[in-house]
Structure formats: C-alpha cells, structure tokens
Design a protein around this ligand. Structure first.
Ligand SMILES: *[C@@H]1O[C@H](CO)[C@@H](O)[C@H](O)[C@H]1NC(C)=O
Ligand SMILES: *[C@@H]1O[C@H](CO)[C@@H](O)[C@H](O)[C@H]1NC(C)=O
Ligand SMILES: *[C@@H]1O[C@H](CO)[C@@H](O)[C@H](O)[C@H]1NC(C)=O
Ligand SMILES: *[C@@H]1O[C@H](CO)[C@@H](O)[C@H](O)[C@H]1NC(C)=O
Ligand SMILES: *[C@@H]1O[C@H](CO)[C@@H](O)[C@H](O)[C@H]1NC(C)=O
Length: 400
C-alpha cells in the first residue's frame, strides 16, 4: 500500500515536471527567461494599504434591499457598464474612527486589524482570465486556494476540476488566490504561481493577503469578477481546495432544478456565533451581537445559479464585510430573502468529527455524494481512481 502511494506521488511529480518541460520547449525559452519575464513589483510592496481609487458609476436599478432596513453606506457599486477589472491602485488608509473606543481596544489584534481595513473593498487583479467565461458555460467551478497549496490544485485538475463536457454542458475551472501571507514566501512562490498559470491558465489572483479573515474579501472579489466577465454561466460551484467533489452528480442534481435563485449546500439554520476565544471561528460581541446567524451554507462547497451570483454581488456591496466568508454570504442571502437549500449530498461539516466513520474511506459513499470535506491530495487521487474503477456497491445509498 505504502509503495503504491509512493508510486502515485512520484508519477504526479514526474508528470508535472514533464508538462513544465514540454511547455518550456514548446515556447522555445528557458524557465529562467520565463521567470524573468514579469516581475510582480507591486506585489512585493510592504507599504500599508492606502485608500482605493474608485471610478465606478453607481446604478441602483434593482431595489431589492430596500426592505432590509439600515445598511452600511454603499461603498461603491459595480455598475454593468464596467467591462473589465477597474481597480488598478491600492489606496486605502486605516480607518481610525474607533481606535479610541474601549470596545475596540479590548479586541484581539486580528479583529482590530480586520476592522481597521474593513472598508478597503477591492484590490487590483494580478492574474486574470476573462476568456474563461466566454461562450455558454453550464458550470463554473471556482476553488479557494492559497499560493503554497500547489499540490492540491494539481490533484484537483486531475480529478474533479477537469474541464470537460457532460451531456454537452461545458464545465470550466478556476482557482482564486490572493498573495502569500508570509513575506518570505512571496517572491519565490509568486514566480512559481505565474509559471503554473502559464501552463494551465486557470488562476485568478488579486493583490490582497491570503489570510483567514480575508476570505470574505476573496468572496466579494470573485462576485465582482463574475459580475463583470460572466454573462452566460448557468451555475457556479464554489469550494475549498481540500474537498472531494463529483461534478457529474452536481450536474445531475442541477438538471432537476427548476426554481430561480438556487443556492444549495450543507446549510446551517440558526447557527450560533462562537464565543470561545480559542475557536477558529470565534466572534466577539462587538462584531456581531445577535444570538443566531442567518441560514448559510458551509464554504467548503456549494452551488448557486449565475443570476443569483450577480444579485449577491450587488448586495455584498451594500453590507459591511464580515470576517467569516460563508456567514457573510448568508447575510447577503438574507437581504435577498433567498433561503439556501440544504442537500444531504453536501458534507462540508461534521465528517471530521468521526475519524472512524465509513464516510472517510468508503468509495461507495463518495460515489453518491456531491461534496465531501475533507481530503488531502493523495487521498483525493486515490478515492477518484477507486470510484472510477469497476466499483460494485452492495446497495445504492439513497442520497441523490
Ligand atoms: C490616495 O488617497 C488620498 C486620500 O484619499 C489622496 O490624497 C491620494 O492622492 C491618493 N493616492 C493615489 C495614488 O491615488
Ligand atoms: C469615519 O468617520 C467619518 C465621520 O463620521 C466618516 O465620514 C468616514 O467615512 C469614516 N471613515 C470610514 C473609513 O468609515
Ligand atoms: C487583508 O489584505 C489586506 C491587503 O493585503 C491587508 O492589508 C489586510 O491586513 C488583510 N487583512 C487581514 C485581516 O488579514
Ligand atoms: C447590537 O449592535 C447594533 C449595531 O452594531 C446596535 O445598534 C445594537 O444596540 C446592539 N445591540 C445590543 C443588544 O448590544
Ligand atoms: C471493468 O469492466 C469492464 C466491463 O465490465 C471490463 O472490460 C474491464 O476490463 C474492467 N476493468 C477493470 C480494471 O477491471
């Protein structure tokens, strides 16, 4: 077994090296030449973020948020006239309005940092692929990733992220990234990422730090990007880079959907904000003082229809950013009065709780799922092969 894993790992590495070598040969250049090509100077800037330049036109054609009561001042609204990414400079100063307040001083440093820059909504785009959304696309798969997780992206490309057509329905895949959060990783990994993008052409990258609290920033950047570039995308799957996904099952599920404003996933109703400081999802009262969150789908993987993604973009610009990205989307859905649909084929919570659960290893279980959290690259490759071998399952699990 161990030997077998080693072989898989070796062949993954080897095939990546081959692809690199072939591309270099095809383009008639040396890797060094390629690396020297585009130094991402702006990226490496260590300067504090300054106020952003805005030249958007405000157009509030729809007024669906009127019911929602008082909302944050509309920072800026991406109008339909915008045809390309329109944020080109970082110009955003810390908001010092509440630094003297006691509630602020009592917060943990990461929350203070979040609040100081909460109003900085959009950053320049460093790697873009407008062509990804051209033509009729049935399902756009977008995966939250970080620069150092190259092996996860590689495994996804070989498994559920493969671009293909299912019954004539086009599936396209993109990875969503910010910049390396650790300074020492920035320069070298950035070059590797640019090279990876050169080979696969499936990276979107923006000029903000990839940190946990910036995941919401990634969410709103994707929604804005989608609004600008994606007019003919029927559905969007958005998820993490450490999950198992079955695009075939997702397409099968989507084919039966007739309702507009579809948003489906592993939905939590009446989840309580976590008040224990040790927890990764801890939220102080000063940031959220209600007892429950609106219904929201786990960010590990969910699907929504394209038109709804555009509405979510508009609403997201009316709300203040919230540090937990999936809860933030739940807040946006609440404003739109759209209730997310809970579907048993999405397992983004809970599966880690029971390490011995059958779910962790059973291919017949995975075969019937849409999304399962969580699998590391080798486990994903292994599971994918098992499912696509001549698997005989004693009984069909009634999930779909
Ligand atoms: C950044 O914003 C400040 C104040 O809003 C302005 O004075 C300055 O000119 C801006 N800088 C750039 C490069 O846009
Ligand atoms: C800080 O407060 C002033 C006055 O209330 C307001 O005009 C400004 O927009 C606030 N700054 C931010 C970044 O919210
Ligand atoms: C989010 O990214 C911005 C831009 O890189 C950075 O200034 C800010 O500190 C980050 N926020 C958090 C909470 O990490
Ligand atoms: C909760 O927060 C809102 C705004 O942040 C504030 O207006 C309200 O008074 C707070 N409620 C309680 C019970 O603290
Ligand atoms: C899988 O089944 C098909 C036909 O049922 C057979 O031709 C093929 O050899 C099998 N493949 C493996 C790997 O067992």
């Amino acid at each position: 077994m161990f030997q077998w894993k080693k072989t898989v790992y070796k062949s993954v590495l080897l095939s990546f090296a081959l692809v690199v070598a072939m591309t270099v040969l095809q383009r008639g250049m040396t890797p060094t030449q390629f690396f020297q090509g585009q130094p991402a100077k702006e990226l490496l800037s260590q300067e504090p973020v300054k106020a952003q330049k805005r030249d958007n036109v405000i157009s509030l054609a729809d007024n669906f948020w009127k019911k929602a009561g008082p909302l944050a001042t509309p920072a800026q609204v991406t109008s339909k006239q915008v045809t390309s990414w329109d944020v080109t400079t970082i110009n955003c100063t810390a908001n010092l309005n509440f630094t003297k307040d006691d509630w602020f001083k009592g917060l943990e440093p990461n929350f203070r940092q979040f609040l100081l820059y909460r109003h900085c909504r959009y950053f320049p785009i460093l790697i873009n692929h407008p062509e990804k959304c051209s033509g009729d696309i049935y399902l756009l798969i977008v995966v939250k990733s970080i620069i150092t997780q190259h092996d996860r992206r590689e495994a996804i490309r070989r498994t559920w992220g493969q671009e293909k057509e299912v019954d004539g329905k086009k599936i396209r895949t993109l990875f969503l990234l910010g910049i390396a959060s650790k300074e020492e990783e920035r320069a070298n990994y950035q070059k590797l990422l640019e090279y990876e993008n050169h080979i696969y052409g499936d990276i979107l990258q923006w000029d903000f730090l990839d940190s946990f609290f910036n995941l919401t920033l990634k969410e709103v950047h994707f929604l804005k990007w989608f609004h600008i570039y994606c007019d003919n995308v029927r559905y969007v799957f958005k998820g993490d880079d450490d999950v198992f996904v079955s695009p075939d099952n997702i397409v099968e599920f989507l084919q039966d959907q007739k309702e507009a404003d579809l948003f489906a996933g592993d939905v939590l109703f009446k989840a309580r904000p976590i008040r224990k400081k040790e927890n990764k999802y801890y939220i102080p009262n000063a940031l959220y003082n209600k007892s429950h969150y609106p219904p929201y789908a786990g960010g590990g993987g969910f699907v929504m229809d394209g038109p709804l993604a555009k509405k979510l973009h508009k609403v997201s610009e009316m709300l203040e950013l919230y540090p937990i990205d999936d809860v933030f989307l739940g807040m946006c859905l609440e404003v739109l009065q759209v209730t997310p649909v809970a579907h048993a084929g999405f397992k983004t919570f809970g599966i880690v709780k029971n390490k011995n659960s059958k779910m962790n290893k059973e291919p017949c279980f995975y075969q019937n799922m849409l999304v399962v959290h969580k699998l590391l690259p080798l486990e994903l490759l292994e599971m994918w092969d098992l499912i696509h071998s001549n698997l005989t399952c004693s009984r069909k699990l009634q999930i779909l």
